[in-house]
Write a protein that binds this ligand. Structure first.
Ligand code: 8DG
Ligand code: MN
Ligand code: MN
Length: 390
């Protein structure tokens, strides 16, 4: 059954993740978990290049049709650098990698994991706090002061926001958002994006893209959705950013960075726990050490057990003409998106964003009204969402 000791791999693996099919479930979870831990630690220590290298290596292992048993199985595979191979070798031989395990136990990794786990806290802030000696949520609270509104919400709902969102919960949120959208703009369309569109069973949030077939109707939609939701008491937190996509006389401004400029809302929903939403497993987190204490915010803050939970929700509004690009851009995975843009730039002299595809050689924008068309314009085989789990 082990025919892996042949000299050449039985099939070639393409080097960009956007050229390959990457399913959600694969055969090398312990190896990819290890490499992704090192990737995350590299992010924590501000080494983006190294982080991406580990993620690319992990993504290659996810595409393999069977478990890696020996180093020979990896012959001819792309994206496996010296460091990744060393880690894989150690795990194959000893069951664990000493580097991975010592990283996992390190004070910095553990603290950064907790601190970046707070909604609104990125690597930079967490790093600064770490240098100031903060290691835990308790440290952060006793230090006091200087949290912005987003971070305060992140702290208030820490336990809920670090508990996976189920498909049933995502569905329930979808119903609510759908109702809100239909109430404020009949004919508007809402699409589930992010990890759930890729077939994930759980997520850290729920992502939606909203549009209207009549271009222009979608303008200013987000504030209306948000106020509908707020009136119903369904939002614990929201921050709406208006569309900042600049139209010049010559058309849209060329995409220069990855952040898009859609009208969007980063929010925290207050989701009622109904039997349909919870299923049978209504385990609550037990102790909620975040919300203990005696500050005045206590009333607004969650105390368990409760009949609701906090859920992170991302809402994005796109003009109809950019919908395909927005859909592709918000479906992920993050590495898949990154690889698409790298492919476009390096192999095709094009710039891909969540708004447009720009052909630098022809000096023009390429229109598309479906994801399939975008892949075709990029000279790529179409990869469905369920196979974008790089
Ligand atoms: P998860 O929530 O289950 O953890 O996984 P996910 O759904 O894949 O991750 P996500 O963090 O919700 O991101 C979903 C996609 O949205 C991802 O491919 C990247 C994209 N995305 C952001 N922020 C932004 C942004 O500011 N601009 C654009 N264009 N895309 C973004 O998360
Ligand atoms: Mn998501
Ligand atoms: Mn998201």
């Amino acid at each position: 059954d082990l025919q892996s000791n042949t000299d050449s791999p039985t099939f070639a693996i393409e080097s960009y993740a956007c050229q390959r099919r990457t399913p959600l479930k694969h055969h090398n979870a312990s190896l990819t978990e290890a490499l992704e831990l090192l990737a995350q630690n590299a992010e924590f220590t501000d080494n983006e290049g190294r982080s991406v290298a580990f993620r690319r290596a992990a993504a290659v292992l996810k595409t393999l049709p069977r478990a890696v048993r020996r180093l020979d199985d990896l012959k001819g595979l792309p994206c496996l650098g010296e460091h990744s191979l060393r880690v894989i070798k150690e795990i194959l031989e000893d069951g664990v990698s000493s580097e991975v395990e010592s990283t996992r136990q390190s004070e910095q990794y553990k603290a950064m994991k907790v601190l970046t786990g707070i909604f609104g806290v990125g690597t930079k802030t967490a790093e600064r706090w770490f240098r100031e000696g903060i290691r835990s949520l308790a440290d952060l609270k006793t230090r006091g002061g200087r949290l912005n509104r987003e971070q305060q919400a992140g702290l208030d709902y820490y336990d809920d926001l670090n508990r996976p969102v189920s498909k049933a919960e995502a569905h329930a949120i979808g119903q609510i958002v759908g109702e809100a959208v239909r109430a404020v703009l009949p004919g508007a369309e809402i699409t589930l994006t992010g990890g759930f569109r890729r077939g994930k069973e759980v997520g850290h949030d729920v992502d939606f893209l909203i549009t209207h077939p009549e271009e222009g109707k979608e303008e200013g939609l987000m504030p209306k959705i948000v106020s509908w939701l707020e009136t119903k008491g369904l939002l614990l937190y929201q921050k709406t950013t208006r569309n900042s996509y600049l139209e010049s006389k010559d058309g849209p401004v060329r995409p220069s960075h990855n952040m898009d400029r859609f009208e969007r809302c980063f929010s925290i929903f207050k989701l009622k726990r109904t039997p349909e939403v919870c299923g049978t497993s209504n385990q609550s987190a037990g102790q909620n050490d975040v919300t203990e204490g005696s500050d005045v915010r206590q009333q607004e803050v969650q105390s368990e057990p409760s009949d609701w939970r906090a859920v992170r929700v991302d809402l994005v509004v796109s003009p109809y003409s950019q919908f395909a690009f927005a859909l592709l851009g918000w479906t992920g995975s993050k590495l898949f998106e990154r690889e698409l843009r790298r492919w476009a730039g390096q192999e095709k002299s094009m710039s891909l964003s969540s708004h447009v595809l720009y052909d630098r050689a022809q000096n023009r924008y390429l229109r598309a009204s479906s994801e399939e068309e975008i892949f075709a314009l990029l000279g790529l085989e179409y990869i469905p969402p369920s196979q974008r789990n790089a």
